[in-house]
Design a binder for this molecule. Structure first.
Ligand code: NAD
Ligand code: MG
Length: 389
């Protein structure tokens, strides 16, 4: 029996992970599930999977989670520290699927126990890539990418020498607004930005797909995970979302990963790695699909991509500030405080200020440095919003 835990079990990735576990219940011993406010779901899944521990990040929900688990023998806990504690419970495989910077400390805690970490939370590598990769090395932990593009690159690299890689291309659908005239983007509403053409995902990542902040995070994630020079990482718009990434080698070969737009493929690959097992995903009929199309992203439409390149060039703690400012910008857009194009403006302003006055390009000494940068960037972003209100 493999001992597994799922951090962010009630979210989109967490539920897809549970869907795979449920089909093969006898193979897994579920240690901990964590979630947020949806404690009904959390409790239901904990009972169904026979988890030892269920944790909500919201301390105010402790009593009602405990009530729901009364008589089941499942331990209830609440609060950020309890989520981190869940990640430290011994397990053979831990899914990191909390959304945002909140996933950083639990992910690092999982690495500290030298486990296999299936990493969906891209913010972990964006904010603290070098520290996280170094910790994994020291602790003998293995990180397996779950983001579909990175899983695709990882799969295309099996048996290959990373030194023979000339470039990595990650694809992007272009998001909900990709065919809008550029002048109209400023008027896009939250609802309009929240419908993804191909993938069913959480609302935040769907809006981040429309703005390409998601792809910007993924560029940084690619650099940190595979250790390639930023100049060798490219983005291609591929509206069909079937080719997830391509790896270009020095002999001119391009290895493409083609598969259905279903996160259970990447989750299942990480779950069964290094084996491949049957997965309940659609088998593509390429003859029926007929055509796959690609085009270069328009830099004017997607300023987030330019900002990601600047962040990678600057290095140091820039990724942490970029991610934090992006989270505040996204909150502000969802709350109607700024428009769709205002998000990139806000992030750029925060980065410019912090590059000129906060030593953002100096390397972090430790995770506390990263958390401090995250807090400072959030303050700077809030100041910007207060001034522009
Ligand atoms: P989601 O919003 O659907 O779920 C997030 C989970 O995190 C929920 O369980 C929620 O309760 C929990 N959570 C939220 N705030 C928390 C906090 N402060 N502390 C502890 N837990 C908290 O998100 P998702 O779409 O499943 O994405 C999860 C992560 O995976 C993100 O980093 C996202 O970028 C990445 N990812 C998602 C997809 C996708 O298809 N959904 C694809 C690739 C990568
Ligand atoms: Mg992705």
């Amino acid at each position: 029996m493999r001992r597994i835990s799922i951090l962010g079990a009630t979210g989109s990735i967490g539920q897809s992970t549970i869907d795979l576990i449920r089909r093969d219940r006898e193979s897994y011993d579920v240690v901990a599930l964590t979630g947020g406010r949806n404690i009904e779901q959390l409790a239901r899944d904990a009972v169904e999977l026979g988890a030892k521990l269920a944790v909500t990040c919201d301390p105010g929900l402790y009593a009602s989670l405990k009530d729901r688990l009364a008589g089941t023998g499942i331990q209830a806990a609440a609060g950020d520290a309890a989520v981190v504690d869940a990640a430290s419970r011994p397990a053979d495989w831990i899914m990191s699927a909390i959304v945002g910077a909140a996933g950083l400390l639990p992910g690092i805690q999982a690495i500290r126990q030298g486990t296999t970490l299936a990493l969906a939370n891209k913010e972990t590598l964006v904010a603290a890539g070098p520290l996280v990769m170094a910790a994994a090395k020291t602790q003998g932990a293995r990180i397996l990418p779950v983001d579909s593009e990175h899983s695709a690159v990882f799969q295309a690299l099996v048996g290959e020498d990373i030194a023979a890689v000339e470039r990595i291309i990650i694809t992007a659908s272009g998001g909900a607004l990709r065919d809008w005239p550029i002048e109209r983007l400023a008027t896009a509403t939250v609802a309009e930005a929240s419908t993804h053409p191909n993938w069913a995902m959480g609302q935040r990542i769907t809006i981040d797909s429309a703005s390409m902040f998601n792809k910007a995070l993924e560029l940084i994630e690619t650099r940190e995970f595979f250790g390639v020079d930023p100049a060798r990482i490219e983005v291609l718009i591929h509206p069909e979302s079937l080719v997830h990434a391509l790896v270009g080698f020095r002999d001119g070969a391009l290895m493409a990963h083609v598969g259905p737009s279903d996160m259970r493929h990447a989750i299942g690959y990480a779950l069964h790695w290094p084996e491949r097992r049957d997965l309940p995903v659609e088998r593509l009929d390429l003859a029926r699909i007929g055509t796959l199309t690609f085009r270069a992203p328009d830099p004017m439409r997607y300023p987030a991509l330019r900002l990601a390149q600047a962040v990678m060039q600057a290095g140091g703690k820039s990724g942490a500030a970029f991610n934090a400012a992006k989270e505040i910008a996204l909150d502000a857009f969802i709350e109607g405080r700024i428009g769709f194009v205002g998000m990139a403006g806000l992030v750029e302003d925060v980065l410019d200020k912090m590059w000129s006055s906060d030593g953002l390009n100096r390397a972090p000494n430790n995770i506390e440095d990263i958390l401090e940068t995250d807090r400072l960037a959030r303050r700077r972003a809030s100041d910007f919003l207060a001034i522009s209100a």
